[in-house]
Structures are given as C-alpha cells and as structure tokens.
Design a protein around this ligand. Sequence first.
Ligand code: F6R
Length: 242
Amino acid sequence: MRIIIAKDYNDMSKKAANMVAAQILLKPNSVLGLATGSTPVMTYKYLIKLFQDETISFCHVVTVNLDEYIGLSKEHPNSYHFFMQDIFFNHVDIKLENIYIPDGMAMDLETECIEYENKIQKNKGIDLQILGIGSNGHIGFNEPDLKFEGITHCINLDDETIKANARFFEKEEEVPRRAITMGVKTIMNARKIILLANGSEKAKTVFNAIHGKIDPALPASILQLHPDVTFILDREAAYYIN
Ligand code: F6R
C-alpha cells in the first residue's frame, strides 16, 4: 500500500488526476472504474483540464461506475448517471458506448447486476479504480458487514449513508434506500486502486482502514491486501496516520 499525504483537497485531486492521466497515456484503452460523491469532483475537473490541454484523450477509454441509486432515472439530478454526465463526461471526448453505469431503473434488478458484472469481465476487468470512502468505511455502496466476496449486487443503504448523502437532496426522505453497487470482490479485482479521502470527518475511518483489523465491519480494510493500492489523503483525513 502506498500512502500519499497531500497538502489539501486541491493537491489531493491534482495528484489523483495525474495518476489517472499516466494510466491513460500508458494504456489509451484503459478501463477506468469511477466514483461519484463530493470527493472526486475536483479530480474530474483536473482531468478535464488535462483533456483541454491535449495531454490526454478519453476516445479509447472505457469507464465503469461503482454504483447507482435504485429508483432514480438517468435524468434525475441526483442520479449518478446525471452526476457523471454533468461533472465529467459532457466535458471530454469519451464515447457514449464506452460508458457503463448500473441502471437503477431496470425492471429486473438481479439480471441488471449480473449483466453489469459481465460487462466488466467482457472488457477484461478494471485497470484503475478510483474510490472514495464512506465515514462508515464503505467502498462503492458496500456497507459494513456485507460479505467481502460479493460481486455486483443490490444493497440497502445504511442509515449513516442515507444521512451523509442527504446533503445532496432537499429532504432526507428523498434519498433512495437502495442501490446497485459493484461488490468488494469486483473492486479488489481491479489491477490498480486509488482511494481518495479528504476532511477530518474521514480521519478515523481512514486510520482504521489502513491500520485496523481486516473485517467486513469496515469494508475498506480489505484494501490492505490489494497488491497495488494508493491512498491519497489530504492532511485532515491523514490526521491519525504516523
Ligand atoms: C460513490 C461511492 C461512495 C462514495 C462515498 C464517499 O460512487 O461509491 O463510496 O465514494 O460515499 O462519498 P463522498 O465523496 O461524498 O464523501
């Protein structure tokens, strides 16, 4: 495991974007695993800048997103489809057919999960996965105490996650209670992983993920066993490290 402590959120984002850019330059048809939430927003801004500078192109890149809420249409402003288009895809040259995000409106959600996992496998797995971390230690929407060996599946969101994500909605009641997420096993099969965390509210969780017991009660703890994982933290999130 590599731990990089960045000066601040901006520096964390720049370092993450540079690692993604290196991945694309070395393998233009990379499969990138992408995350939503507030943590990677600036990373996407830096990637857009690198695209505008003509340093990188996304024209051969394939993306697979970690998760999507069940019951929100692609057009819903709080869906992860909308988020990704708005924050990132609309601003780079990625081909629409190379973008994969689980469909939270699928009639048959079980089949959607199986097909999503198959799409990842058909693209020969994920080259570089970007992760955030929930304050309860979730990665993707793999909440504490789910089995580590899960692949893409439907989950019930924890109360803590619902509360944390309520900031994106008008009312807490509007936050969907269920989601589709890649499983921990899907994530662990990525060849390279970058986990981003900023802010003091993530500090204890980050410390436990890095130094605590490897336990499904803290899903991110399994990353200790990944052969190529880099945590990029701002100083606040790294408060208990060292
Ligand atoms: C998002 C995702 C989640 C978030 C996590 C942190 O696709 O899979 O695991 O990364 O909830 O969210 P933020 O960045 O909003 O603190």
